[in-house]
Design a protein around this ligand. Structure first.
Ligand code: URA
Length: 425
């Protein structure tokens, strides 16, 4: 087998054979295929696509590049959730302890933010003392004792994907449906969860800008999960405006705790409960009502135990950025647009995100929203508060928000976008 013939096959719009796929993933993981060769192949895949059989084989080869975890010794059914990433998407924080409080085990292997979307681990690291890096044995202990764990995926899980994802990130080849689907599902299948709910984001703040692409991605991933014996469903959810009222690490932890305390923004509560219901149904616990566990404090109790088990102090004050800048409404009327992508980029520029994997993030940085699309606003009222430790970034963040906030004249009809746009099973 030689790599040039594999690249030519896809360049010429032909199907890759199972042998070609197995060989190229293995050879790339071992360093025999060079980055520039894999980069050419990734671009050929982005341009010419792969059919379902090729995607299935590609995913299996990435799973086989590393270890597989096994949760079969746990006394509870396992359920996991994966979001394709959005702005203000803090849902994993209240969701994992909530679903654990309802009787499932939730092994949530999460990532860090890159670009304009935040990462769950960065958010939780805003809590003093909290540790993302756990050994497999520690992870199992937290799962057994608390029922949910949120931690970084170990290096042994789908190493081919780690290498390929880093390469795609710097070669303009992230946005290929076969590559996104196989990347996400190889990690989830190798992780060994019994059931999985996918939250596929659609809109300006998401990878998938339109619902047709999101549907194709979701049905590809549901098919891959099902073929590997993982009960998998997907919700397509709106990401045209940020979720909740915060984008930024400590700001989002604060909002998640509000949800666990029975309050919080309506859209965050709605999506948390919808995903919890999907996860519980997939785990065979469909008759448990997650709204009760939010109301009676048991989800909060699980959150506190989960944070403590990972070295964090759930009672510690969260970091606050040194400087704030308030953006006021220029006119009275109805807020019709608050663009998710622009808010994500602004939060990132303020220091909440990173440009390179190794960059630090500011725990307190981000954007707080004081109104959501559909709300009436009065000229001069605060619309956004920007938070940062580096105030020289305010101008750069404000540039990102240029044109992102639209206020229409009073009494303009406003048609709200539902949070949940579709379900794929
Ligand atoms: N998240 C992943 O894990 N992989 C992708 O390709 C895109 C999002």
């Amino acid at each position: 087998m030689d790599v040039i013939s594999v690249i030519r096959t896809k360049r010429d719009r032909e199907r890759l054979s199972p042998e070609q796929i197995d060989w190229v993933i293995d050879a790339y993981t071992r360093g025999e295929v060079a980055h520039e060769q894999m980069s050419a192949l990734a671009m050929a895949i982005l341009l010419n696509g792969m059919d379902r059989a090729e995607i299935a084989r590609w995913t299996a080869a990435m799973i086989n590049s590393g270890e597989r975890m096994d949760f079969s010794s746990l006394p509870r059914p396992t359920a996991d959730k994966h979001s394709t990433g959005g702005v203000g998407d803090k849902i994993t924080l209240p969701l994992a302890p909530l679903v654990a409080a309802c009787g499932a085990a939730v092994p949530q292997l999460s990532g860090r933010g890159l670009g304009h979307t935040g990462g769950t681990l960065d958010k939780l690291e805003a809590i003093p003392g909290w540790r993302a890096l756990l050994s497999n044995a520690e992870m199992m202990d937290v799962l057994r004792d608390v029922g949910s764990v949120i931690c970084a995926a170990g290096d042994g899980l789908a190493p081919a994907d780690k290498k390929l994802y880093a390469l795609r990130d710097v070669t303009g080849t992230v946005e290929a449906i076969p590559l996104i689907a196989s990347s996400i599902m190889s990690k989830k299948i190798a992780e060994g969860t019994g059931s999985l709910v996918l939250d596929v984001k659609v809109g300006s703040g998401a990878f998938m800008k339109n619902i047709e692409d999101a549907r194709e991605l979701a049905s590809t991933m549901v098919g891959l999960g099902t073929d590997h014996g993982v009960r998998t469903t997907a919700l397509l959810t709106d990401m045209s405006t940020p979720l909740g009222l915060t984008a930024g690490n400590a700001l989002e932890v604060r909002e998640s705790v509000e949800v666990l305390a029975g309050g919080g923004p309506a859209d965050v509560v709605e999506l948390t409960l919808a995903l919890a219901r999907e996860m519980l149904a997939a785990a065979g616990l469909g008759d448990v009502d997650p709204a009760k566990a939010l109301a009676d404090g048991s989800a909060m109790d699980h959150w506190r135990r989960m944070i403590l088990a990972q070295g964090g102090d759930p009672d510690a004050a969260l970091p606050v950025a040194r400087e704030q800048h308030v953006v006021h409404a220029a006119a009275s009327g109805v807020l019709t647009t608050l663009d998710a992508y622009a808010v994500g980029v602004a939060a990132w520029r303020l220091g909440a995100g990173r440009a390179r994997k190794e960059d630090p993030v500011q725990a307190g940085a981000g954007v707080e929203l004081h109104a959501k699309p559909g709300d009436p606003v009065t000229a001069g009222q605060p619309l956004l508060t920007l938070h940062t430790d580096t105030p020289e970034k305010f101008a750069y963040a404000l540039e990102a928000l240029d044109g992102a906030v639209l206020v229409a004249p009073e009494h303009t009809a406003y048609e709200p976008t539902p949070i949940i746009l579709d379900r794929i099973a």
